[in-house]
Write a protein that binds this ligand. Structure first.
Ligand code: 5GP
Ligand code: ZN
Length: 112
């Protein structure tokens, strides 16, 4: 499958990893918008949050556990951070493999 993030999961494309377990991998965004900008993804290819199925519900727990580990590893767990998943055209999703942006390390503004 021609998916950048599946290639990262498979180790075929290098990534600066922050966290990894059986279900999840997290790595620094190649084009960060804040001092901390990490992508947390399932190893399973799911095209977006709209494609999550009942059988994936347990996986979502693993993803948010991964996000907590990323926050601790990058030192934003106390200062706070933002978790974003972009969906589709208006959401400006560019990589069609479910991912959660973990963004922090500075004061964020709330703008769409
Ligand atoms: P989206 O716009 O789909 O929500 O976010 C995709 C993110 O993936 C973007 O922030 C982009 O910078 C990041 N990205 C795209 N290609 C790569 C890559 O090859 N490696 C890494 N680490 N990040 C990537
Ligand atoms: Zn994929």
């Amino acid at each position: 499958m021609d998916c950048i993030f599946c290639n990262i999961v498979a180790g075929e494309l290098p990534a600066n990893k922050v966290y990894e377990d059986e279900h999840v991998v997290a790595f620094h965004d190649i084009n960060p918008i804040a001092p901390v900008h990490v992508l947390t993804i399932p190893k399973k290819h799911i095209p977006s949050a709209m494609a999550i199925e009942t059988e994936d519900w347990e996986l979502l727990g693993h993803l948010f556990h991964g996000i907590q580990q990323v926050a601790k590893a990058t030192g934003v767990d106390q200062s706070g951070f933002r978790v974003i998943t972009n969906i589709g055209e208006h959401g400006q999703q560019t990589v069609h493999h479910l991912h959660y942006h973990v963004i922090g390390g500075r004061q964020l503004e709330w703008k769409a």
